[in-house]
Design a binder for this molecule. Structure first.
Ligand SMILES: Cc1cc2nc3c(=O)[nH]c(=O)nc-3n(C[C@H](O)[C@H](O)[C@H](O)COP(=O)(O)O)c2cc1C
Length: 324
């Protein structure tokens, strides 16, 4: 059980925010399969305030009973302030700030992990956000900008002193992007620097790696990103595994989950985009569950009609492995 502001949350594993992946239809499925904590995709604060359609789609929150976390990115306190107000008004229970994204288009705008190069500026964004809302604020970061400037412990400690209520650390520097292996043991330095809940992230893909990451970092829970793509049930499975419960999901239920996600994606984005958004999920699903079977991937990802895809999934569910 962890405490984020007033919220007591029973979670050992949570879904990472992933732009273009963890949209509302995906997060709803992750929840349905047992994830208690999921985070929206990163929403650019300025775009949310100025009313971009895509920003609003990314900021859409489910209306289920669970805790809703909306992630904001930005580099100017005034936009963070305004966007945080909007997020609270839209029903977010928690706001998360992204100080971990390594993408050039984000860091060149001096947001995401670029904020770790200037902690005073990073703190000005945190303070602006805190002053805008009464809901809790959490923070996601990397170990630092590069190996010579590992400053996650300092940023985490300053954020805690300002009032941030949970910290997530991806065990890589920004300069590593996704290369090498996440160093969970370096996250332990953040553990020593803060008392609020700590989340360890990076390269966690099953219960065994989650156990290792928790042991090495001293964190309270794990966050899983890429391994969950195409597998919205993974968070629930790992969460249960960390409690020494078995939660392996039969393949027919997984396929049913994908059908529901497809249905929701079509109603959320409209048919054309809804179908397109599902392709990366189908492709990851085939990779994870069917050894990347090329024929199945073709049938799911190059099919232009939702009806045709439902049919392929239905046949897969009922045992004919590939549609004829
Ligand atoms: C496609 C993609 C999109 C991402 N988008 C975000 C984002 O919007 N916000 C964020 O804080 N991190 C984002 N990340 C980083 C992940 O949340 C996570 O920190 C990283 O992938 C490491 O965890 P993993 O090894 O479990 O994937 C993204 C990662 C990927 C691969």
């Amino acid at each position: 059980m962890i405490l984020i502001g007033p919220h007591q949350i029973d979670a050992r594993a949570m879904l990472a925010p992933m732009s273009g992946v963890t949209d509302l239809p995906f997060r709803e499925q992750a929840r349905a399969f047992g994830a208690n904590l999921v985070v929206s995709e990163m929403v650019a604060s300025e775009e949310l305030v100025t009313g971009g359609k895509q920003a609003w789609e990314k900021a859409a929150l489910d209306d289920g009973a669970g805790i809703k976390i909306l992630q904001l990115a930005g580099r100017e306190p005034k936009w963070m302030f305004e966007a945080a107000r909007i997020a609270q008004g839209e029903g977010a229970d928690i706001i998360d700030i992204n100080m971990g994204c390594p993408a050039k288009r984000v860091t060149s705008g001096l947001s995401g992990s670029a904020l770790m190069r200037n902690l005073d500026h990073a703190m000005s964004l945190i303070e602006a956000t805190l002053s805008a809302v009464s809901i809790p604020l959490t923070l996601k970061m990397r170990l630092g900008w590069d190996h010579d400037t590992i400053n996650a412990p300092e940023l985490a400690n300053r954020a805690q002193c300002a009032g941030v209520t949970m910290i997530t650390v991806h065990g890589r520097t920004r300069q590593q992007f996704y290369k090498g292996k996440a160093d969970w043991s370096r996250v332990r330095d953040v553990r020593s620097a803060i008392k609020i809940p700590l989340v360890v992230n990076g390269d966690i893909s099953d219960t065994s790696s989650a156990q290792d990451a928790l042991r090495q970092s001293g964190a309270d829970l794990v966050m899983i990103g890429r391994a969950a793509e195409g597998s919205p049930w993974l968070i629930g499975e790992v969460d249960a595994g960390l409690r020494e419960q078995s939660a392996s999901v039969p393949v027919s239920r997984k396929i049913e989950g994908l059908q529901k996600q497809l249905d929701r994606s079509l109603s959320f984005y409209g048919d054309h985009i809804g179908l397109r958004m599902m392709r990366k999920h189908f492709s990851a699903f085939v990779r994870n569950e069917f050894d990347g079977n090329a024929e199945l991937r073709r049938q799911l990802c190059q099919n232009d009609t939702a009806f045709g895809i439902f049919d392929v999934l239905e046949r897969l569910k009922t045992g004919s492995r590939l549609a004829a």
